[in-house]
Design a protein around this ligand. Structure first.
Ligand code: ATP
Length: 299
């Protein structure tokens, strides 16, 4: 089995505040905590925790202390970091996130740093060409995402986040597109009205990827295969305390299951269980489950 993730590696700076600042306003934070982040690295860590060997990350970090911390966090999750390249003259990507006490509401300021320097040449490598599954998101340059999709010979899974218009050449290379409801509506150019599962599936089928999985937060995920019936997979019951990164855990788990040979519906069943468990602890990687925990929690 092999999963290669091409994407962002960030260091998150979580700042606890009594109240989020308004425009032009200063508020004093209570404490700042460093946490591993970046959609790409979060997906790799989730897959690594579940699958162990055979998960690799392709990305760029700076030549600063954050780079070492982020490599170490990936290694700790069982991810091969040989292709997490040092980028002299660039800082490691970061996200500064004030989080309001009580409500948990946040603001996010991302500085891409070295992520913006990941080139199409960097991803035209055997780890991408030969992987059973390649996981992609949109926190590195679009030309690099396209190059990775073009180089891949296995299953290509794309999380279209942060949302942006996508060229048909990219969508044609995607085996499974994994938008949340909001990203799906934006990609389809539709208005943000509430929709039934059948309506969401119809929208997803207009986008041009072979299959889609629409994530629906606490309601689970909608499997929209290339042809055949649409399936709503509900999550097991959990006490969710922090849903940050649930979508990333979902994609990492989906990739690990597909690489092992699961069919799309079976892989989504595992991914909803893994993502539900990930919401039971703090931050994007505070509660990433292993395979035994997912097996116990399968809906
Ligand atoms: P995020 O941006 O927080 O990473 P997202 O908006 O990309 O998430 P969601 O649809 O909110 O994606 O969540 C992804 C998946 O995580 C869902 O399909 C579901 O399986 C799981 N999940 C999210 N929230 C909950 C919850 N409260 N309880 C159980 N499972 C959840």
């Amino acid at each position: 089995m092999s999963v290669t993730v091409v994407g962002s590696v960030n260091e998150d700076v979580l700042v606890a505040v009594g109240r989020l600042p308004g425009r032009g306003e200063t508020v004093v934070g209570r404490e700042a905590v460093l946490a591993p982040g970046g959609k790409g690295a979060n997906q790799a860590a989730a897959a690594g925790r579940l699958a162990g060997p055979g998960v690799a990350m392709v990305g760029r970090v700076g030549d600063d202390p954050a780079a070492e911390r982020q490599r170490a966090a990936l290694v700790d999750a069982g991810v091969d970091t040989a292709l997490v390249l040092a980028t002299p003259g660039h800082p490691t990507g970061s996200a500064t996130i004030p989080v309001e006490d009580g409500s948990g509401e946040n603001l996010i300021v991302v500085v891409p740093g070295a992520n913006a320097a990941l080139t199409p040449e960097d991803v035209d490598v055997p780890a991408v060409r030969r992987a059973a599954v390649v996981l992609l998101q949109l926190e590195v340059p679009l030309a690099t995402v396209q190059a990775a999709a073009d180089a891949a010979s296995g299953t290509v899974v794309l999380t279209p986040a942060p949302p942006q218009p996508l060229p048909p050449e990219l969508l044609q290379r995607v085996t499974v597109l994994v938008p949340n409801e909001h990203e799906l509506v934006q990609l389809a150019g539709a208005d943000p009205a509430p929709r039934t599962p059948a309506e969401l599936a119809a929208l997803a089928r207009t986008l041009g990827a072979a299959a889609s999985v629409v994530t629906l937060g606490a309601r689970g995920a909608l499997v929209v295969p290339e042809d055949g019936p649409v399936l709503l997979q509900e999550p097991p019951p959990v006490e969710a305390v922090d849903t940050t990164g649930a979508g990333d855990c979902f994609c990492g788990a989906l990739g690990a299951a597909l690489a092992r040979g699961a069919d799309l519906a079976g892989a989504v069943r595992e991914a909803v269980a893994a993502a539900a468990l990930s919401t039971t602890g703090p931050g994007a990687r505070g509660a990433l489950p292993d395979a035994a925990a997912v097996a116990d929690a399968l809906p």
